[in-house]
Design a protein around this ligand. Structure first.
Ligand code: UTP
Length: 295
């Protein structure tokens, strides 16, 4: 069995749910207090032994800001050295040394499946990890990609990270049907954003995958599906005819940063965990609630 050393993070999308911010700024740079979303994702991959990461970017919305974030900043480092701000200097240095980060542009923003296809020559003949560029999951004991890699080591197949979602949210995700209801069950069907009456379960694929390179064969011939986009879900459905695919029902608190409410929840939770901020934020939240209750 091959080790998982490479990962792909698609960051090319338009981010329409976050307009007007995403007119000229990538949503993957939305800060969770002071750290951009994309850095959480790269750190998760690095913590799980990934050494080479491909970011699939586009010419839209200054995606170059992402490249700058992971690059060295000589002028900034010089200034921090001169001012003896060594803690900040160390932090800045660490960001540019996290992993080997590579970039490719998705020429036309045609959907997640097409973005993953852009990674074919980078990946070659190896299984690889995928995390969506706007999806943070917190698990302080075991990062989610580590949970997926363990499941991959058990079955040697593609693995989709899933969690059960509320019935009203089923039509936002790829939904799987399992052979048997198990936390690492085998998938027998998968449908992108089904309506409730045809949804086979409430088990949703949430932004994290281990894929075998066979997926590229199906992505290459995949026709546009839901939303007229080339869907990764549809290519995975075709992959099921050739290879087994399992889920990993992962443990962790997920934040969809590309969604306004998901972003707000992340800011609140992360600030309440920050020892320099938590007291003041908590006090402020209490004030708001008391005002609303007329106290
Ligand atoms: P989303 O569907 O959440 O991103 O795709 P979006 O299309 O940018 O956002 P909305 O729905 O319009 O608000 C999940 C991830 O896949 C990337 C996005 O950048 C995001 O990180 N993506 C999506 C691509 O890289 N290419 C695409 O063609 C589509």
């Amino acid at each position: 069995m091959k080790d998982i050393k490479k990962a792909v993070i698609p960051v090319a999308g338009f981010g329409t749910r976050f307009l007007p911010f995403t007119k000229a700024m990538p949503k993957e740079m939305l800060p969770i207090i002071d750290k951009p979303t994309i850095q959480f994702i790269v750190e998760e991959l690095v913590a799980c032994g990934i050494t080479d990461i491909l970011l699939v970017t586009s010419s839209h919305a200054n995606k170059r800001a992402i490249e700058d974030h992971f690059d060295q900043s000589i002028a900034l480092e010089q200034m921090l050295t001169e001012k003896e701000k060594f803690i900040e200097l160390k932090e800045i240095n660490e960001i540019s040394n996290l992993a080997n980060i590579h970039y490719i542009r998705q020429k036309e923003i045609k959907g997640l499946g097409d973005a993953i296809l852009c990674a074919e020559s980078f990946i070659g003949d190896e299984p690889f990890a995928v995390i969506l560029g706007d999806d943070i999951v917190v698990n302080d004991n075991e990062p989610v990609i580590g949970q997926l890699i363990k499941t991959y080591q058990k079955f040697n197949t593609s693995i989709l990270g899933t969690q059960e979602v509320l019935i009203e949210d089923i039509n936002k995700y790829g939904i799987v049907q399992l052979e048997k209801k198990k936390k690492d069950g085998k998938i027998i069907d998968i449908i992108e954003k089904p309506s409730l009456n045809i949804a086979p379960s409430n088990n949703a694929v949430l932004g994290r995958y281990i894929l075998t390179p066979t997926i590229f064969k199906y992505l290459k011939v995949q026709k546009p599906g839901m939303g007229n986009e080339i869907q990764l879900t549809d290519a995975i459905k075709s992959l099921l005819n050739e290879e087994d695919v399992h889920i990993c029902n992962f443990i962790g608190k997920r934040y969809d940063i590309g969604d306004k409410l998901g972003f707000i929840k992340a800011i609140i939770d992360f600030s309440l965990k920050d020892q320099n901020l938590s007291c003041d934020v908590y006090k402020y939240l209490e004030e708001i609630i008391n005002d609303r209750n007329g106290e």
